[in-house]
Design a protein around this ligand. Structure first.
Ligand code: NAD
Length: 432
Protein backbone atom coordinates (compact mmCIF):
# COMPACT_ATOMS: atom_id res chain seq x y z
CA UNK A 1 0.00 0.00 0.00
CA UNK A 2 1.09 3.53 -0.74
CA UNK A 3 1.96 5.26 2.55
CA UNK A 4 0.31 8.48 1.42
CA UNK A 5 -3.10 7.11 0.49
CA UNK A 6 -5.34 4.11 0.92
CA UNK A 7 -5.14 3.25 -2.78
CA UNK A 8 -3.18 0.02 -3.37
CA UNK A 9 -0.26 0.52 -5.76
CA UNK A 10 -1.75 -1.87 -8.30
CA UNK A 11 -5.42 -1.07 -7.77
CA UNK A 12 -7.86 -2.44 -10.32
CA UNK A 13 -9.59 0.23 -12.41
CA UNK A 14 -12.14 1.89 -10.13
CA UNK A 15 -14.55 2.38 -13.03
CA UNK A 16 -15.20 -1.36 -13.41
CA UNK A 17 -17.19 -3.68 -11.18
CA UNK A 18 -14.44 -4.95 -8.84
CA UNK A 19 -16.23 -8.26 -8.33
CA UNK A 20 -16.69 -9.02 -11.98
CA UNK A 21 -14.17 -7.54 -14.37
CA UNK A 22 -15.77 -9.36 -17.32
CA UNK A 23 -13.73 -9.66 -20.50
CA UNK A 24 -11.12 -7.24 -19.15
CA UNK A 25 -10.50 -9.69 -16.29
CA UNK A 26 -9.67 -12.40 -18.86
CA UNK A 27 -7.20 -10.05 -20.57
CA UNK A 28 -5.53 -9.29 -17.22
CA UNK A 29 -5.18 -13.02 -16.53
CA UNK A 30 -3.54 -13.54 -19.92
CA UNK A 31 -1.01 -10.82 -19.17
CA UNK A 32 -0.31 -12.32 -15.74
CA UNK A 33 0.34 -15.69 -17.38
CA UNK A 34 3.16 -14.39 -19.58
CA UNK A 35 4.65 -12.13 -16.88
CA UNK A 36 7.29 -14.74 -15.88
CA UNK A 37 8.73 -14.56 -19.41
CA UNK A 38 9.25 -10.79 -19.39
CA UNK A 39 12.65 -10.88 -17.64
CA UNK A 40 14.14 -7.39 -17.32
CA UNK A 41 10.94 -5.90 -18.77
CA UNK A 42 8.88 -7.10 -15.78
CA UNK A 43 8.81 -3.70 -14.02
CA UNK A 44 6.96 -2.30 -17.05
CA UNK A 45 4.24 -4.91 -17.25
CA UNK A 46 1.69 -2.76 -15.40
CA UNK A 47 1.64 -0.65 -18.60
CA UNK A 48 -0.33 -3.43 -20.28
CA UNK A 49 -2.90 -3.53 -17.50
CA UNK A 50 -3.81 0.14 -17.84
CA UNK A 51 -5.55 1.36 -20.98
CA UNK A 52 -3.97 4.62 -22.09
CA UNK A 53 -7.24 6.41 -22.84
CA UNK A 54 -10.86 5.57 -22.16
CA UNK A 55 -13.53 7.77 -23.66
CA UNK A 56 -17.21 7.30 -22.90
CA UNK A 57 -19.52 9.59 -24.84
CA UNK A 58 -23.21 10.33 -25.03
CA UNK A 59 -24.49 9.95 -28.59
CA UNK A 60 -27.81 11.80 -28.90
CA UNK A 61 -29.72 11.75 -32.19
CA UNK A 62 -33.09 12.76 -33.54
CA UNK A 63 -35.05 9.71 -34.67
CA UNK A 64 -37.07 9.62 -37.89
CA UNK A 65 -40.30 10.24 -35.95
CA UNK A 66 -38.94 13.49 -34.46
CA UNK A 67 -38.24 12.10 -30.96
CA UNK A 68 -34.75 11.87 -29.43
CA UNK A 69 -32.63 8.93 -28.39
CA UNK A 70 -29.34 8.68 -26.50
CA UNK A 71 -26.74 5.93 -26.91
CA UNK A 72 -23.59 5.14 -25.01
CA UNK A 73 -20.45 5.25 -27.13
CA UNK A 74 -16.92 4.12 -26.27
CA UNK A 75 -13.42 4.45 -27.67
CA UNK A 76 -10.60 2.83 -25.75
CA UNK A 77 -6.94 3.12 -26.68
CA UNK A 78 -5.24 0.32 -24.83
CA UNK A 79 -1.71 1.19 -25.90
CA UNK A 80 -0.14 3.52 -28.45
CA UNK A 81 3.55 3.00 -27.72
CA UNK A 82 4.23 1.30 -31.08
CA UNK A 83 2.08 3.66 -33.15
CA UNK A 84 -1.50 4.88 -33.54
CA UNK A 85 -4.26 2.85 -31.95
CA UNK A 86 -5.93 0.37 -34.32
CA UNK A 87 -9.19 -1.44 -33.86
CA UNK A 88 -12.77 -1.77 -34.98
CA UNK A 89 -16.02 -0.14 -33.96
CA UNK A 90 -18.92 -2.44 -33.14
CA UNK A 91 -22.61 -1.65 -32.97
CA UNK A 92 -24.26 -4.04 -30.54
CA UNK A 93 -26.78 -3.84 -27.74
CA UNK A 94 -24.41 -5.66 -25.34
CA UNK A 95 -21.34 -3.45 -25.88
CA UNK A 96 -19.88 -2.45 -22.50
CA UNK A 97 -16.72 -0.83 -21.19
CA UNK A 98 -15.07 -4.03 -19.96
CA UNK A 99 -15.58 -5.69 -23.36
CA UNK A 100 -14.24 -2.70 -25.31
CA UNK A 101 -11.21 -2.51 -22.99
CA UNK A 102 -10.43 -6.20 -23.51
CA UNK A 103 -10.92 -6.00 -27.28
CA UNK A 104 -8.57 -2.99 -27.36
CA UNK A 105 -5.99 -4.97 -25.36
CA UNK A 106 -6.25 -7.91 -27.77
CA UNK A 107 -5.68 -5.53 -30.69
CA UNK A 108 -2.43 -4.35 -29.02
CA UNK A 109 -1.35 -7.99 -28.82
CA UNK A 110 -2.43 -8.84 -32.38
CA UNK A 111 -0.73 -5.81 -33.98
CA UNK A 112 2.50 -6.38 -32.05
CA UNK A 113 2.44 -10.16 -32.69
CA UNK A 114 2.60 -9.55 -36.45
CA UNK A 115 4.91 -6.55 -35.98
CA UNK A 116 2.60 -3.84 -37.32
CA UNK A 117 3.52 -0.28 -36.24
CA UNK A 118 0.21 0.10 -34.41
CA UNK A 119 -1.06 0.08 -30.88
CA UNK A 120 -4.41 -1.41 -29.89
CA UNK A 121 -7.79 0.31 -29.67
CA UNK A 122 -11.47 -0.52 -29.96
CA UNK A 123 -14.76 1.31 -30.05
CA UNK A 124 -18.41 0.59 -29.82
CA UNK A 125 -21.91 1.92 -29.46
CA UNK A 126 -24.50 0.25 -27.27
CA UNK A 127 -27.22 -0.02 -29.89
CA UNK A 128 -29.17 -2.77 -31.62
CA UNK A 129 -28.81 -1.57 -35.23
CA UNK A 130 -31.69 -3.78 -36.41
CA UNK A 131 -34.11 -1.39 -34.70
CA UNK A 132 -32.98 1.73 -36.57
CA UNK A 133 -33.22 3.04 -40.14
CA UNK A 134 -30.16 3.72 -42.32
CA UNK A 135 -30.67 7.47 -41.80
CA UNK A 136 -30.77 7.00 -38.02
CA UNK A 137 -27.63 4.85 -38.12
CA UNK A 138 -25.92 7.50 -40.22
CA UNK A 139 -26.77 10.15 -37.58
CA UNK A 140 -25.53 7.86 -34.78
CA UNK A 141 -22.27 7.21 -36.65
CA UNK A 142 -21.65 10.86 -37.46
CA UNK A 143 -22.39 12.09 -33.93
CA UNK A 144 -20.23 9.34 -32.40
CA UNK A 145 -17.37 10.20 -34.79
CA UNK A 146 -17.62 13.86 -33.85
CA UNK A 147 -17.66 13.04 -30.12
CA UNK A 148 -14.51 10.89 -30.33
CA UNK A 149 -12.99 13.18 -32.99
CA UNK A 150 -10.38 14.67 -30.68
CA UNK A 151 -8.71 11.31 -30.02
CA UNK A 152 -8.86 9.66 -33.48
CA UNK A 153 -6.92 10.50 -36.63
CA UNK A 154 -4.39 8.86 -38.99
CA UNK A 155 -1.57 9.49 -36.51
CA UNK A 156 -3.59 8.92 -33.33
CA UNK A 157 -6.09 6.11 -33.65
CA UNK A 158 -7.59 4.48 -36.75
CA UNK A 159 -11.01 2.80 -36.43
CA UNK A 160 -12.17 -0.02 -38.72
CA UNK A 161 -15.28 -2.19 -39.21
CA UNK A 162 -16.29 -4.78 -36.60
CA UNK A 163 -19.56 -6.49 -35.65
CA UNK A 164 -22.48 -4.78 -37.49
CA UNK A 165 -20.34 -2.09 -39.08
CA UNK A 166 -18.89 -2.17 -42.61
CA UNK A 167 -17.67 0.01 -45.48
CA UNK A 168 -20.70 2.35 -45.34
CA UNK A 169 -20.19 3.15 -41.64
CA UNK A 170 -16.48 3.74 -42.37
CA UNK A 171 -17.43 6.10 -45.23
CA UNK A 172 -19.65 8.13 -42.85
CA UNK A 173 -16.89 8.20 -40.24
CA UNK A 174 -14.30 9.33 -42.77
CA UNK A 175 -16.62 12.00 -44.15
CA UNK A 176 -17.55 13.36 -40.71
CA UNK A 177 -13.96 13.48 -39.54
CA UNK A 178 -12.92 15.15 -42.82
CA UNK A 179 -15.70 17.76 -42.55
CA UNK A 180 -14.58 18.64 -39.02
CA UNK A 181 -10.93 18.85 -40.12
CA UNK A 182 -11.71 20.91 -43.18
CA UNK A 183 -9.99 18.56 -45.62
CA UNK A 184 -10.35 14.97 -46.80
CA UNK A 185 -8.58 12.61 -44.42
CA UNK A 186 -8.92 9.09 -45.88
CA UNK A 187 -6.43 7.54 -43.47
CA UNK A 188 -8.61 8.12 -40.39
CA UNK A 189 -10.37 4.77 -40.89
CA UNK A 190 -9.64 1.54 -42.79
CA UNK A 191 -12.09 -0.87 -44.35
CA UNK A 192 -13.46 1.95 -46.52
CA UNK A 193 -15.05 1.45 -49.93
CA UNK A 194 -12.33 1.25 -52.63
CA UNK A 195 -13.56 4.51 -54.19
CA UNK A 196 -12.78 6.38 -50.95
CA UNK A 197 -9.24 5.04 -50.57
CA UNK A 198 -9.98 1.50 -49.44
CA UNK A 199 -7.50 -1.23 -50.32
CA UNK A 200 -7.80 -4.00 -52.85
CA UNK A 201 -7.56 -7.41 -51.21
CA UNK A 202 -8.99 -6.22 -47.86
CA UNK A 203 -12.21 -8.22 -48.16
CA UNK A 204 -10.46 -11.56 -48.44
CA UNK A 205 -7.38 -10.63 -46.37
CA UNK A 206 -8.38 -12.40 -43.15
CA UNK A 207 -9.29 -15.66 -44.91
CA UNK A 208 -6.08 -15.49 -46.93
CA UNK A 209 -4.07 -14.95 -43.75
CA UNK A 210 -5.79 -17.95 -42.14
CA UNK A 211 -4.85 -20.03 -45.16
CA UNK A 212 -1.20 -18.91 -45.07
CA UNK A 213 -0.93 -19.63 -41.33
CA UNK A 214 -2.51 -23.06 -41.93
CA UNK A 215 -0.02 -23.83 -44.72
CA UNK A 216 2.88 -22.99 -42.41
CA UNK A 217 1.42 -25.14 -39.63
CA UNK A 218 0.83 -28.04 -42.04
CA UNK A 219 4.43 -27.88 -43.23
CA UNK A 220 5.62 -27.81 -39.61
CA UNK A 221 3.58 -30.86 -38.74
CA UNK A 222 4.65 -32.79 -41.84
CA UNK A 223 1.24 -32.65 -43.55
CA UNK A 224 1.09 -32.32 -47.34
CA UNK A 225 -1.65 -29.83 -48.17
CA UNK A 226 -2.34 -31.65 -51.41
CA UNK A 227 -5.10 -34.05 -50.42
CA UNK A 228 -5.11 -32.89 -46.76
CA UNK A 229 -8.47 -33.09 -44.96
CA UNK A 230 -9.95 -29.77 -43.83
CA UNK A 231 -13.03 -29.01 -41.68
CA UNK A 232 -14.30 -25.42 -41.46
CA UNK A 233 -16.92 -23.80 -39.23
CA UNK A 234 -18.27 -20.63 -40.85
CA UNK A 235 -18.56 -20.00 -44.58
CA UNK A 236 -18.64 -16.19 -44.57
CA UNK A 237 -15.89 -13.70 -45.23
CA UNK A 238 -13.18 -15.60 -43.35
CA UNK A 239 -14.30 -19.25 -43.67
CA UNK A 240 -15.48 -18.90 -47.29
CA UNK A 241 -12.23 -17.34 -48.49
CA UNK A 242 -10.08 -19.85 -46.60
CA UNK A 243 -12.18 -22.75 -47.97
CA UNK A 244 -11.70 -21.51 -51.53
CA UNK A 245 -7.94 -21.20 -51.10
CA UNK A 246 -7.69 -24.71 -49.61
CA UNK A 247 -9.80 -26.05 -52.47
CA UNK A 248 -7.60 -24.33 -55.06
CA UNK A 249 -4.48 -25.74 -53.35
CA UNK A 250 -5.77 -29.30 -53.74
CA UNK A 251 -6.84 -29.87 -50.13
CA UNK A 252 -10.17 -31.61 -49.46
CA UNK A 253 -12.74 -29.63 -47.48
CA UNK A 254 -14.67 -32.59 -46.07
CA UNK A 255 -17.07 -30.87 -43.62
CA UNK A 256 -18.52 -27.39 -43.25
CA UNK A 257 -20.93 -25.66 -40.92
CA UNK A 258 -22.71 -22.32 -41.10
CA UNK A 259 -25.79 -20.89 -39.36
CA UNK A 260 -28.11 -22.81 -41.73
CA UNK A 261 -26.65 -26.34 -41.80
CA UNK A 262 -23.79 -28.74 -41.11
CA UNK A 263 -22.66 -30.77 -44.13
CA UNK A 264 -19.99 -33.29 -45.12
CA UNK A 265 -18.57 -35.06 -48.16
CA UNK A 266 -15.71 -37.54 -47.69
CA UNK A 267 -14.55 -36.93 -51.27
CA UNK A 268 -14.23 -33.20 -50.68
CA UNK A 269 -16.79 -30.44 -51.26
CA UNK A 270 -16.67 -28.46 -54.51
CA UNK A 271 -16.16 -25.00 -52.99
CA UNK A 272 -16.83 -23.08 -56.22
CA UNK A 273 -20.25 -24.74 -56.49
CA UNK A 274 -20.94 -24.17 -52.79
CA UNK A 275 -20.05 -20.46 -53.04
CA UNK A 276 -22.53 -20.19 -55.92
CA UNK A 277 -25.18 -22.00 -53.87
CA UNK A 278 -24.65 -19.68 -50.89
CA UNK A 279 -24.94 -16.63 -53.11
CA UNK A 280 -28.40 -17.75 -54.22
CA UNK A 281 -29.67 -19.30 -50.98
CA UNK A 282 -27.97 -17.30 -48.21
CA UNK A 283 -26.45 -20.38 -46.59
CA UNK A 284 -25.10 -23.88 -47.22
CA UNK A 285 -28.41 -25.63 -46.44
CA UNK A 286 -29.78 -27.56 -49.39
CA UNK A 287 -26.42 -27.90 -51.18
CA UNK A 288 -26.56 -31.04 -53.30
CA UNK A 289 -22.83 -31.75 -53.26
CA UNK A 290 -22.79 -32.82 -49.59
CA UNK A 291 -24.99 -34.53 -47.02
CA UNK A 292 -26.18 -33.13 -43.72
CA UNK A 293 -24.52 -34.43 -40.56
CA UNK A 294 -25.11 -33.72 -36.88
CA UNK A 295 -23.22 -31.04 -34.97
CA UNK A 296 -21.58 -33.72 -32.81
CA UNK A 297 -20.41 -35.60 -35.91
CA UNK A 298 -19.03 -32.36 -37.29
CA UNK A 299 -16.76 -31.71 -34.31
CA UNK A 300 -15.66 -35.37 -34.18
CA UNK A 301 -14.73 -35.55 -37.89
CA UNK A 302 -11.26 -37.01 -38.35
CA UNK A 303 -9.26 -34.32 -40.10
CA UNK A 304 -5.83 -32.77 -40.57
CA UNK A 305 -6.96 -29.17 -40.16
CA UNK A 306 -9.90 -27.76 -38.20
CA UNK A 307 -10.69 -24.10 -38.79
CA UNK A 308 -13.31 -22.50 -36.52
CA UNK A 309 -14.12 -19.29 -38.45
CA UNK A 310 -17.56 -18.29 -37.22
CA UNK A 311 -18.00 -17.25 -33.58
CA UNK A 312 -16.27 -17.19 -30.21
CA UNK A 313 -16.50 -20.06 -27.66
CA UNK A 314 -17.21 -22.85 -30.17
CA UNK A 315 -14.66 -25.43 -29.01
CA UNK A 316 -15.43 -25.96 -25.34
CA UNK A 317 -14.91 -28.61 -22.67
CA UNK A 318 -18.10 -30.25 -24.03
CA UNK A 319 -16.80 -31.03 -27.53
CA UNK A 320 -13.00 -30.72 -27.16
CA UNK A 321 -12.65 -34.39 -26.12
CA UNK A 322 -14.23 -35.53 -29.39
CA UNK A 323 -12.26 -33.15 -31.64
CA UNK A 324 -10.10 -35.30 -33.91
CA UNK A 325 -7.68 -33.00 -35.72
CA UNK A 326 -3.93 -32.61 -35.94
CA UNK A 327 -4.01 -28.81 -36.32
CA UNK A 328 -6.55 -26.19 -35.23
CA UNK A 329 -6.30 -22.74 -36.82
CA UNK A 330 -8.38 -20.05 -35.10
CA UNK A 331 -10.00 -18.03 -37.89
CA UNK A 332 -12.56 -16.50 -35.51
CA UNK A 333 -11.65 -14.45 -32.46
CA UNK A 334 -11.62 -16.56 -29.29
CA UNK A 335 -13.23 -19.74 -30.73
CA UNK A 336 -11.46 -22.01 -28.20
CA UNK A 337 -12.23 -21.64 -24.49
CA UNK A 338 -9.24 -21.86 -22.09
CA UNK A 339 -10.55 -25.22 -20.76
CA UNK A 340 -10.80 -26.63 -24.30
CA UNK A 341 -7.36 -25.26 -25.06
CA UNK A 342 -5.92 -27.37 -22.22
CA UNK A 343 -7.80 -30.50 -23.36
CA UNK A 344 -6.63 -30.11 -26.96
CA UNK A 345 -3.04 -29.43 -25.93
CA UNK A 346 -3.07 -32.60 -23.80
CA UNK A 347 -4.26 -34.48 -26.88
CA UNK A 348 -1.35 -33.07 -28.88
CA UNK A 349 -3.40 -30.81 -31.16
CA UNK A 350 -1.25 -28.03 -32.61
CA UNK A 351 -3.14 -24.73 -32.21
CA UNK A 352 -2.46 -21.60 -34.26
CA UNK A 353 -3.96 -18.83 -32.09
CA UNK A 354 -6.36 -16.14 -33.31
CA UNK A 355 -3.95 -13.25 -32.66
CA UNK A 356 -1.74 -14.75 -35.37
CA UNK A 357 -4.15 -16.73 -37.58
CA UNK A 358 -6.68 -13.97 -38.27
CA UNK A 359 -4.23 -11.05 -38.32
CA UNK A 360 -4.41 -10.88 -42.13
CA UNK A 361 -7.29 -8.40 -41.90
CA UNK A 362 -5.48 -5.86 -39.77
CA UNK A 363 -2.34 -6.37 -41.85
CA UNK A 364 -4.12 -5.27 -45.03
CA UNK A 365 -5.72 -2.44 -43.00
CA UNK A 366 -2.16 -1.38 -42.33
CA UNK A 367 -1.50 -1.48 -46.10
CA UNK A 368 -4.63 0.62 -46.64
CA UNK A 369 -3.36 3.24 -44.17
CA UNK A 370 0.07 3.30 -45.86
CA UNK A 371 -1.52 3.65 -49.32
CA UNK A 372 -3.77 6.49 -48.10
CA UNK A 373 -0.76 8.38 -46.77
CA UNK A 374 1.05 8.21 -50.08
CA UNK A 375 -2.10 8.37 -52.25
CA UNK A 376 -0.47 5.63 -54.28
CA UNK A 377 -2.38 2.41 -54.59
CA UNK A 378 -0.97 -1.08 -54.99
CA UNK A 379 -2.18 -3.93 -57.18
CA UNK A 380 -3.96 -6.85 -55.59
CA UNK A 381 -0.96 -9.05 -56.40
CA UNK A 382 1.38 -6.70 -54.51
CA UNK A 383 -0.99 -6.70 -51.56
CA UNK A 384 -1.37 -10.48 -51.44
CA UNK A 385 2.36 -10.98 -51.83
CA UNK A 386 3.17 -8.59 -48.95
CA UNK A 387 0.42 -10.08 -46.79
CA UNK A 388 1.70 -13.61 -47.31
CA UNK A 389 5.26 -12.56 -46.50
CA UNK A 390 4.26 -10.80 -43.27
CA UNK A 391 2.07 -13.69 -42.14
CA UNK A 392 4.86 -16.19 -42.79
CA UNK A 393 7.44 -14.11 -40.95
CA UNK A 394 5.09 -13.65 -37.99
CA UNK A 395 4.32 -17.37 -37.91
CA UNK A 396 8.00 -18.33 -37.95
CA UNK A 397 9.00 -15.87 -35.23
CA UNK A 398 6.21 -17.14 -32.98
CA UNK A 399 7.08 -20.76 -33.74
CA UNK A 400 10.72 -20.15 -32.81
CA UNK A 401 9.69 -18.50 -29.53
CA UNK A 402 7.33 -21.40 -28.77
CA UNK A 403 10.17 -23.88 -29.27
CA UNK A 404 12.67 -21.79 -27.28
CA UNK A 405 10.44 -21.51 -24.19
CA UNK A 406 8.69 -24.85 -24.67
CA UNK A 407 5.27 -23.14 -24.70
CA UNK A 408 2.17 -23.12 -26.91
CA UNK A 409 1.92 -20.92 -29.98
CA UNK A 410 -0.64 -18.79 -28.08
CA UNK A 411 1.69 -18.14 -25.17
CA UNK A 412 4.54 -17.51 -27.61
CA UNK A 413 2.47 -14.94 -29.54
CA UNK A 414 1.73 -13.11 -26.26
CA UNK A 415 5.38 -13.28 -25.21
CA UNK A 416 6.55 -11.79 -28.54
CA UNK A 417 3.85 -9.11 -28.58
CA UNK A 418 4.32 -8.01 -24.96
CA UNK A 419 8.10 -8.04 -25.31
CA UNK A 420 7.88 -5.78 -28.38
CA UNK A 421 5.53 -3.34 -26.62
CA UNK A 422 7.46 -3.23 -23.36
CA UNK A 423 10.87 -2.95 -25.05
CA UNK A 424 9.65 0.23 -26.71
CA UNK A 425 8.20 1.41 -23.39
CA UNK A 426 11.50 0.81 -21.65
CA UNK A 427 13.66 2.52 -24.28
CA UNK A 428 11.32 5.51 -24.57
CA UNK A 429 11.10 5.82 -20.79
CA UNK A 430 8.37 7.57 -18.89
CA UNK A 431 7.43 11.17 -19.58
CA UNK A 432 8.12 13.42 -17.72
P1 NAD B 1 -19.29 -13.41 -41.57
O1 NAD B 1 -20.50 -12.81 -41.00
O2 NAD B 1 -18.88 -13.05 -42.96
O3 NAD B 1 -19.42 -15.02 -41.55
C1 NAD B 1 -19.77 -15.70 -40.38
C2 NAD B 1 -20.06 -17.15 -40.76
O4 NAD B 1 -20.35 -17.85 -39.54
C3 NAD B 1 -21.27 -17.33 -41.65
O5 NAD B 1 -21.03 -18.36 -42.59
C4 NAD B 1 -22.36 -17.76 -40.68
O6 NAD B 1 -23.35 -18.54 -41.30
C5 NAD B 1 -21.56 -18.56 -39.71
N1 NAD B 1 -22.27 -18.71 -38.43
C6 NAD B 1 -22.96 -17.78 -37.75
N2 NAD B 1 -23.52 -18.30 -36.65
C7 NAD B 1 -23.17 -19.60 -36.65
C8 NAD B 1 -23.44 -20.67 -35.78
N3 NAD B 1 -24.19 -20.50 -34.69
N4 NAD B 1 -22.91 -21.89 -36.07
C9 NAD B 1 -22.15 -22.07 -37.17
N5 NAD B 1 -21.87 -21.09 -38.04
C10 NAD B 1 -22.37 -19.87 -37.77
O7 NAD B 1 -18.13 -13.12 -40.53
P2 NAD B 1 -16.56 -13.15 -40.78
O8 NAD B 1 -16.11 -11.78 -41.15
O9 NAD B 1 -16.24 -14.31 -41.64
O10 NAD B 1 -16.01 -13.38 -39.29
C11 NAD B 1 -15.94 -14.68 -38.72
C12 NAD B 1 -15.10 -14.61 -37.46
O11 NAD B 1 -13.81 -14.11 -37.78
C13 NAD B 1 -15.61 -13.68 -36.35
O12 NAD B 1 -15.23 -14.25 -35.11
C14 NAD B 1 -14.81 -12.41 -36.56
O13 NAD B 1 -14.70 -11.65 -35.37
C15 NAD B 1 -13.48 -13.00 -36.96
N6 NAD B 1 -12.63 -12.05 -37.67
C16 NAD B 1 -13.02 -11.51 -38.84
C17 NAD B 1 -12.19 -10.63 -39.50
C18 NAD B 1 -12.56 -10.04 -40.83
O14 NAD B 1 -11.74 -9.31 -41.41
N7 NAD B 1 -13.74 -10.35 -41.39
C19 NAD B 1 -10.94 -10.29 -38.95
C20 NAD B 1 -10.55 -10.88 -37.74
C21 NAD B 1 -11.42 -11.76 -37.12
Amino acid sequence: MDQQSSVPKHALPSYLNQNDLGAWGIFLEQIDRIAPYMGSLSPWIETLKRPKTIMVVDVPIELDDGSFAHFEGYRVQHNTIRGPGKGGVRFHQDVNLSEVMALAGWMSIKCAAVDLPFGGAKGGIRIDPRNYSQKELERVTRRYTSEIGSIIGPLKDIPAPDVNTGPQVMAWMMDTFSMNQGYTTSGVVTGKPIALGGSLGRVEATGRGVYVAACEAARDQGIDLQGARVVIQGFGNVGGTAARLFFEAGAKVIALQDHTATVANEEGIDIYKLLEHVEHHGGIKGFEGATEISVDEFWATETDLLIPAALENQVTEKNAHSVNTKILVEGANGPTTPAADDILSDKGVFIVPDVLANAGGVTVSYFEWVQDFSSFFWTVDEINHRLERMMREAYRAIRETAKYHGVSMRTAAYIIACTRILEQRKVRGLYP
